[in-house]
Structure formats: structure tokens, C-alpha cells
Design a protein. Structure first.
Lengths: 287, 327, 324
């Protein structure tokens, strides 16, 4: 008689195995880790204030021991890349968390309760969806001032709708499954059903969405900085691009380097997102 | 017995999986003659559907491949044919119907168009002639108002109607062999009876050989002339329906017949527990050298663990693969 | 063991869906269950058979209060289940539990086996933590699972073992009634016998009352004491198991019995039996008169006008047909 082997593999562990079998995703993960080391460990080794003028403006990269050159104020771009990376990542992460919290809450209640609750919440979502996102976030930043917190909130508030829609559709699907009915017949309350039964099973696409949201939030922040709508006292990649923008023809490297950093980061995050999508999809897992 | 229309000889199909090589078909031999219904019965994972896919040349490759053996249709070897040649065989010579008629039909075309498409793929018919043929086929499968139904989309039909449409598509080119893989499992009992009647009528008219794949011994008794019982990729018992059902030799066949609570016209007053087949179907990747059924078998002897029993005659054309049977 | 004499009493149960006003048109009303009454004595198994759309599953869910009851009364022992408010219902749920058809979708893939079985105990706060753990171990033994399997996830079990888990979960609160909605129809034939025998054994040991929903007449005949045949939301015939199968009265019951393939039948004779044409009409726009009249081989003109009542035709044998 063959019994299933008593080796307990947690579903999470299975997902990890799947993820690491995917070479492009692993490449993305390595790339992201490299970028994180650069931005967070780098400053400990390379201790130069990114706001301080250290050399002649527009020193070419590699010249006079400045790897990435200097900007229009003679500030070290390598130091700016490290400091700016920290801020860009932090904004990306924080904005993604905000949009996930809002999106999951709205989507979960809409999908679970249905009826008029769903109607109201989804019309509310659509209202945010039809607003031109960049314009709307510019309005928020213009109204509340260009600080790190308002920028993060502005990004979070304009990008939660996708999460809400994904969450709602997952809830609509899962709430009809028999294990949810089984929990109901075990006299589960609504909160238990939403957070302990349905949400854990709805997480995979939400995680993928949230991951991609980090990338798009970094891009968003860059766009706002580029337009001069971010905190001038805080270095970020977008800020480096924005401040050097007038001199793009004379010193293209000062814009290209942070641009490339953003490109690499978003690429790494997208590759990870693809890998997560495959790893979390049980149909693909069986192959 | 006349010369078989379709014969499968010593067919071996392997699947390479992460857990190792799985022999999904292990020296399977079957034959079916014109106008005959061959039933293949077994639990899920026994290889009955894989047998059908092999005959259709539809073994997914990779991971699967036909390792050895032959499949002959009127003497013509099908193993090793090119995809283009197989395509011609499928539909024209061998038709197939599946368990779930909804997912086998394309939801964006009318059923008439889908039958006509199948006609035009294999015969040089004008669109008009093909559509006329489609309506004629719908009438043949006893769909009321066939002209009207030809213009319907699959979702506008009931489950039973959809399965009739599938049969119409499969039979549109008058194939010599029709493979029906669990054709009524998704249908209600009264609709199942209608489909069985239809299959039998169509067979009497056209002489098509039918291979009926099912897990239901009752369906075998109703429809089949001969039956092959499969377990873990092997044929364990083969013979006429009358002999196999009334005098099963293999312990697995006996178990399959007795463990199902069959409808009795006069139920006994006292209820006995059902005889069980203990355990579950083994994984095909870790079959030992002995009989695959031995771990679940109530009649096993020492020999069963040592070597696989060959399929040999017990009485006349009744074959059994068991060391204990017929001794 | 405490004495169990509570019985399930269902009176004129109705479940209608839809019927609300949409934006542009009134949504059609689906009469899923339309006036069903029956009584199940304690410790017995009551079977409901029917085809898809007959309302048998909706009846089960309505008794479980998992769909809204439109009208009627459901009483289990001294508790009127259909009248309970939300809080009382939560407390009363320990008396009645359900086993589902699909052993794959009925277990939460992210919970371990022990968590799944213990979930109702946790939710209803029955016993201390240690008592719940002990109860889970006991239940695993009762349904034939090994204690070391408690830490596994559902996908690591076979279909039959998953259904054993479903049974263990239903048994966890020591209920009086277990509603079984097609508990073996998704299982392989050889596994069905294992589960049916287990259910019969548990019933004897624990004095359970079963409401058994199935489309498989063979299974129903084997396990049920009393059987009701449903068609389009109503019971058309009801009798004890021996009477129903030896002396079916309603034309639909006869046709249903004739449609089942039998292992020991002569296939040459099967054409003489009743065959139904077409599919059941949809429960949305119900015909006047007898609901079965459009498919009934014996229907007369009055069948399309008058509605037959379910009435007793011999002691303990009820049927709804004008021709009887």
C-alpha cells in the first residue's frame, strides 16, 4: 500500500523551490540584492556627503577618482546614487504598502459582501481609476507640500485601484469554494472568513501585484522629481535626474546614470514578479 | 472472430517525471473489430485514457513517448506516422468524444459551424454542402429542430445536447473507430441512458467500432461486447462482457464489481458492509518487480511479489494476468 | 453516550433565488426548492436523490442554513434551525455539520490537516486547547488516519483520505445530524466502498443521523433507510428503501431506475424500459400542472393543468402523481 510520504513540505517551501528553478527570476533577485548592497552597504564604505561640493562641476565619470563623475554643483554622483537609492527604494516600498493596504481592504470587503457594498466600493475604485494618476498626484503634492511623506502618500493613493480589483476578483472566486462554506458551517464569523480563510488563499496574485507596484512607485517618484515635485532636501534617483535635467546636453551622464539605475531596479523587480507569478500559480507548479 | 479493425500490440508508453520514469502503459494489447464495442475499465490513473490518447497519436511529448509496440488500423501502422498523416487519421478514421462536452466545444462558433468545420477538414466539401451535412448529423444524433440548433452556440444547449453535438462532430466523417472517453460521467442518469441508446443505434447503422472508456461496470454491462480491465498501466483481465462480469478471475476485477453498491431490483432487507479494495492506486514511478496489485490484493501469494504475471488464457478467449487465478 | 432521540423535521421548505428588481428588468425567480417536507428519525439515514437542478443540494444547504430559507420550518430535536438568529445559529451549529462532495475544494489548501479538523472546535470555543488536541487525535483514529498525518497539508492526501478528513471535521463537534452532499461521487469506485463502510460504521458507533444527498441510486439504495426522489424542487416520491426499489410508483422514479446501468442485466432487454425524452425544464419558468408532465411518457391532458399533491398511496409510501 503506498501512502503519501510523511515529509511535510510547507506550501511556501514548494513555492521557493519553484522560484529558484526559474533562472531569470533568480537573476532578478541577485540583481536586486546587488542594488540593495550598493545603496545600503555602499555608504558605509564610501563616506562622502552627497550634498557637499567635492570637485569641479561636470567632472566626467572615471576622471579624477570620481567613478560616476560630479553633477552641476560639483557633488559626487556616486554618493548621490547610494543615498538616492535608499530613498527611492523606501518610497517605492512604502507607497506599495499603502496601496496594498487600501486596495486589499476595499477589494476584500467588495468581494466578500457583494451587493450594495460592492457597488459602492467598486464605483469608488473606478472614480480613482479614471483620474489621470500623474496629474492627481501632482495636485496632492502641490496642495500638501513636497515632502517625502506627501510624495509617498500621493503615489500610494493613486495606485491602489489595481490591487483592489485583483483582490475583489479573487474573493469572488474563493468565497464560492466549499472550504469557505465548510468554515461557515463551522460557525465562522465574517472577519475570520475574510482574513483567515479567504485572504491567505487570495494572496498569490496580490503579492505579484504588490511586487510590481514597488517598481512602478519608484518610476512614479522619479517622474515627480523630474517635474521638480519632490522634497529638494532629500536625495533620490529622480531628484538627481531632475536637478541635472537642464544640462542634459552638456553632461548626459549625470541624467543617464540614475536613469539606468532606475531601469535596472525596475527590471529586477519585474523579473522577480514574473518568477513569483509562476511559483505561486499552482497549475504551473504541477508541471 | 474476424480480423481486427484496430489492434494495439505490446504498446509501451513512458513518461519522464521529476520523480523518475513512469511506465503509464506497460505492454498493452487490445483489439476491436468492426461493429463491436470494446470497454476499457479501471480507476483513475490506470492508463485507460492514455490508451485512447496513444491510439489518437496524442500522447503529450515531452514528457511522454511511445517506447515500443504498435497500433494498427486495418493493417496500417500508426506509431511513427508524421503529425500531418496522423491529423488525417484523426477525425477521418478515428473519432473521439470526451467527458466534458462544454470544454471540448469552441464557445465562439455555432455548433453547426463546428460540425461543418470537421467535415471540411477531411473531405473536399463546399461550405454549403458541409453545413447541410452538419444539419443532417444533428438530426442523426436525435437533436430536435436540427436546422435551428445548428445556429446555436454551445452555451445555449444543455449538457446532454452538447454531448450529442460532440458525437455528431466525431461521426461527421464516418470514422471506422469511435473512442468515447467517459462520455456520460458529467451527465444525469436519464440523459446518460439516452446517450447510450444513441451510441448503440448509431453503431447498428454505421458499423463503427466503439472503444468505451469508463469506470462504471454498469455502463460496460449495458453497452460493451468485450471488456479489458486495466490496472497500473497493464491489462489485467480481458474477455467477453458476459464471462468477465459473471465469472471474473482477477481479484481486482472481482473487487471492482463487488465494491460498488449496484442498484438491485430487490434490495436485501439486511445491509452488509461493502467488500473493500484496501489502499490506493500506486504511483507509477515506484512499481516494484512484482504484480502492481499485490499490495492491495487479498489473495496474494509469495510469487506475486517476485514477478509480474503474464496475461494468459484461463478459459477460452478469457485472459487474466494473475498468478493465483486459474490455478 | 447520551441518548439521541432528536429527529430532523422539515416542513414546507422553500428556497427561491433572484426575483429582485434589476436595473432594466425583473430578475427571474428560480424555484430551487419549492415546498419540501420530510421527517428523519434519529439514528437513521434519509436519502434524497435527483438529477441536476432537482434542488437536492439546495435543500441540504438550506437545512444547514448555508443559503437563505424563503419559507418553511426546519427543526432538529428541540431547536428550530430555520428561526435562529445569527448568534444563536452560531452556537447551534455544533449539532449539525456537513460533508461536501469535492474532497479537493472542501479543504483549505493553506491549513494543516489537524487545523482543518480542529477549526470548528476553535471557532465555537469548545473545550480547552489540550482537549481540542486530544479530540483531533481521537477523530483521526476514528476515521482511519494515522496520527502522524496531522501535520500534512491537504494536497499531500489522496482523494479518499481527504474525504476522511472532511468526515473528521464534521464529526469534531459531536453533532446529531450530518448532512452528506454527494460524499462519494468524486471518488474512485474502489475508494467509495471504503468511505461508505466508514460512514456506516460511524453511524452505528455514534448514533448519527444522516441526510444523504446523491444522484447515484446504487449508493442511496445501499446506505439509506428512507429515500425521497426530487424533481424540479419538489419531492415526487418517498418510501423506505425496499419499497421504493421493488415497487416504484411515480413514472419519474421508474424512469430513473430504468436509466441506471446494471451489472447483471441482459443488455438485449434494456430497450423495453421507460426512456425519458429531453432534459428537465429549468426551474426558472416552471410549467403549469405537474412539473414532470412535459417529459412523462404517460402524461394525460389533465397532467398539464392540475398540480398533483404528494399523498400517501400506501402506509409510509408517498407519491405525487395524478394517475395513481
Amino acid at each position: 500500500m503506498t501512502e503519501p510520504t510523511l515529509q511535510v513540505t510547507h506550501p511556501l517551501r514548494e513555492m521557493a523551490t519553484m522560484f529558484f528553478r526559474n533562472y531569470t527570476a533568480v537573476f532578478g533577485l541577485i540583481l536586486l540584492i546587488a542594488i540593495l548592497i550598493f545603496t545600503f552597504i555602499g555608504p558605509l564604505v564610501y563616506q562622502i556627503d552627497p550634498f557637499e561640493m567635492v570637485w569641479a562641476p561636470f567632472t566626467q565619470p572615471g576622471q579624477d577618482e570620481y567613478l560616476f563623475g560630479t553633477d552641476y554643483l560639483g557633488r559626487d554622483i556616486l554618493a548621490a546614487m547610494m543615498a538616492g537609492g535608499q530613498v527611492s527604494m523606501a518610497i517605492g516600498l512604502a507607497a506599495a504598502i499603502i496601496s496594498v493596504v487600501i486596495g486589499v481592504t476595499v477589494g476584500a470587503f467588495a468581494g466578500y459582501y457583494g451587493g450594495w457594498v460592492e457597488e459602492v466600493l467598486m464605483r469608488f475604485t473606478e472614480f480613482f481609476q479614471v483620474l489621470p494618476t500623474l496629474l492627481f498626484s501632482m495636485v496632492i503634492v502641490a496642495l500638501f507640500g513636497a515632502s517625502l511623506v506627501t510624495v509617498t502618500f500621493a503615489i500610494g493613493i493613486v495606485s491602489w485601484t489595481a490591487v483592489a480589483r485583483v483582490t475583489r476578483s479573487e474573493f469572488l472566486r474563493i468565497r464560492e469554494l466549499e472550504y469557505v462554506t465548510a468554515a461557515r458551517s463551522g460557525s465562522a464569523k465574517d472577519a475570520y472568513l475574510i482574513f483567515r480563510v479567504i485572504l491567505p488563499n487570495a494572496l498569490p496574485p496580490i503579492i505579484v501585484q504588490a511586487n510590481l507596484m514597488v517598481g512602478s512607485a519608484i518610476l512614479f517618484e522619479a517622474a515627480l522629481s523630474f517635474l521638480g515635485l519632490s522634497d529638494p532636501n532629500v536625495m533620490s534617483w529622480g531628484q538627481v535626474i531632475g536637478s541635472n535635467r537642464p544640462y542634459i546636453l552638456d553632461a548626459g551622464f549625470a541624467v543617464a546614470i540614475p536613469g539606468f539605475a532606475i531601469f535596472l531596479t525596475v527590471l529586477a523587480i519585474s523579473l522577480i514578479g514574473d518568477g513569483l507569478n509562476d511559483a505561486l500559480n499552482p497549475k504551473l507548479r504541477q508541471r | 472472430m474476424s480480423a481486427p479493425l484496430l489492434s494495439v500490440d505490446d504498446l509501451v508508453v513512458d513518461f519522464s517525471t521529476r520523480a523518475g520514469n513512469a511506465r503509464v502503459l506497460d505492454h498493452v494489447s487490445l483489439e476491436v473489430t468492426s461493429g463491436e464495442v470494446l470497454g476499457i475499465v479501471g480507476e483513475s490513473g490506470c492508463g485507460k485514457s492514455m490508451t485512447a490518447l496513444s491510439i489518437m497519436g496524442l500522447v503529450p511529448n515531452p514528457p511522454g513517448k511511445v517506447t515500443s509496440g504498435s497500433i494498427r488500423l486495418e493493417g496500417r501502422e500508426l506509431v511513427g506516422l508524421s503529425e500531418a498523416e496522423l491529423c488525417e487519421v484523426r477525425g477521418r478514421d478515428i473519432g473521439m468524444i470526451f467527458q466534458e462536452p462544454m470544454s471540448s466545444l469552441n464557445p465562439v462558433f455555432t455548433v453547426g459551424e463546428q460540425i461543418a468545420e470537421s467535415v471540411r477538414l477531411h473531405e473536399n466539401a463546399s461550405p454549403k454542402a458541409a453545413m447541410a451535412r452538419a444539419v443532417e448529423m444533428l438530426r442523426a444524433v436525435e437533436i430536435p429542430e436540427p436546422e435551428l440548433r445548428a445556429k446555436a452556440y454551445p452555451h445555449q444547449l444543455s449538457g446532454g445536447m452538447r454531448q450529442r453535438v460532440m458525437i455528431a462532430i466525431a461521426l461527421a466523417c464516418r470514422p471506422r473507430v469511435l473512442i468515447a472517453d467517459e462520455p456520460t460521467t458529467a451527465l444525469d442518469a436519464t440523459v446518460q441512458a439516452q446517450i447510450f441508446d444513441l451510441l448503440q443505434d448509431l453503431q447498428t447503422e454505421t458499423g463503427t467500432a466503439i472503444i468505451l472508456i469508463t469506470h462504471d461496470m454498469g455502463a460496460i454491462a449495458e453497452l460493451a461486447d468485450r471488456v479489458a480491465v486495466m490496472y497500473a498501466g497493464r491489462v489485467v483481465e480481458k474477455g467477453t462482457v458476459e464471462t468477465v462480469l459473471s465469472n471474473p478471475q482477477h481479484p481486482y476485477t472481482k473487487g471492482l464489481i463487488t465494491c460498488v453498491p449496484h442498484l438491485e431490483p430487490e434490495p436485501p432487507m439486511l445491509r452488509e458492509p461493502l467488500p473493500e479494495i484496501p489502499g490506493v492506486v500506486p504511483a507509477l514511478t515506484d512499481l516494484g518487480k512484482g504484480c502492481a496489485f499485490a499490495p492491495r490484493c487479498l489473495e496474494r501469494i509469495a510469487q506475486c511479489d517476485d514477478s509480474k504475471p503474464p496475461l494468459k488464457a484461463t478459459t477460452g478467449p478469457h485472459l487474466t494476468a494473475c498468478w493465483v487465478a486459474g490455478q | 453516550m447520551e441518548p439521541r432521540n432528536s429527529a430532523l423535521v422539515v416542513e414546507d421548505l422553500k428556497v427561491h433565488f433572484g426575483g429582485g428588481r434589476g436595473l432594466f428588468a425583473t430578475k427571474p425567480t428560480v424555484h430551487a426548492v419549492d415546498g419540501v417536507s420530510f421527517t428523519v428519525p434519529a439514528g437513521q439515514t434519509f436519502g434524497i436523490v435527483g438529477e441536476s437542478g432537482s434542488g437536492k443540494t439546495t435543500t441540504a444547504l438550506a437545512i444547514m442554513r448555508l443559503v437563505d430559507v424563503t419559507a418553511g420550518r426546519v427543526t432538529l430535536g428541540d431547536t428550530v434551525i430555520s428561526d435562529l438568529d445569527k448568534e444563536d445559529l452560531r452556537a447551534a451549529r455544533r449539532q449539525f455539520q456537513i460533508v461536501f462532495q469535492d474532497p479537493y475544494s472542501s479543504l483549505d489548501p493553506r491549513k494543516r490537516a489537524a487545523e482543518i479538523v480542529r477549526e470548528p472546535l476553535d471557532l465555537m470555543q469548545i473545550g480547552t486547547r489540550a482537549e481540542r488536541d486530544a479530540r483531533v487525535t481521537e477523530l483521526f483514529g476514528q476515521v482511519g488516519l494515522r496520527p502522524e498525518q496531522r501535520a500534512l497539508f491537504p494536497h499531500q492526501f489522496s482523494g479518499g483520505q481527504r474525504q476522511r478528513l472532511g468526515l473528521a471535521r464534521a464529526l469534531s463537534t459531536k453533532p446529531d445530524l450530518i448532512v452528506c452532499d454527494e460524499p462519494v461521487s468524486a471518488l474512485d469506485v474502489a475508494i467509495q466502498a471504503q468511505i461508505l463502510n466508514l460512514m456506516a460504521r460511524l453511524q452505528q458507533e455514534l448514533g448519527l443521523t444522516y441526510l444523504f444527498i446523491s444522484h447515484d441510486l446504487g449508493v442511496v439504495q445501499h446506505i439509506c433507510d428512507e429515500i425521497a426522489v426530487m424533481y424540479l424542487g419538489q419531492i415526487v416520491e418517498q418510501a423506505d428503501r425496499v419499497t421504493l426499489f421493488t415497487n416504484p410508483q411515480h413514472p419519474y422514479t421508474k424512469a430513473l431506475l430504468a436509466a441506471v446501468p446494471m451489472v447483471h442485466s441482459n443488455k438485449r432487454n434494456r430497450r423495453d424500459r421507460i426512456r425519458l425524452k429531453g432534459d428537465p425544464p429549468s426551474p426558472v419558468d416552471l410549467p403549469n400542472g405537474c412539473r414532470f408532465a412535459s417529459r412523462c411518457p404517460l402524461a394525460e391532458s389533465r397532467c398539464h393543468e392540475q398540480t398533483p399533491e404528494l399523498r400517501e398511496i400506501s402506509p409510509g409510501h408517498r407519491a405525487a402523481c395524478l394517475l395513481l
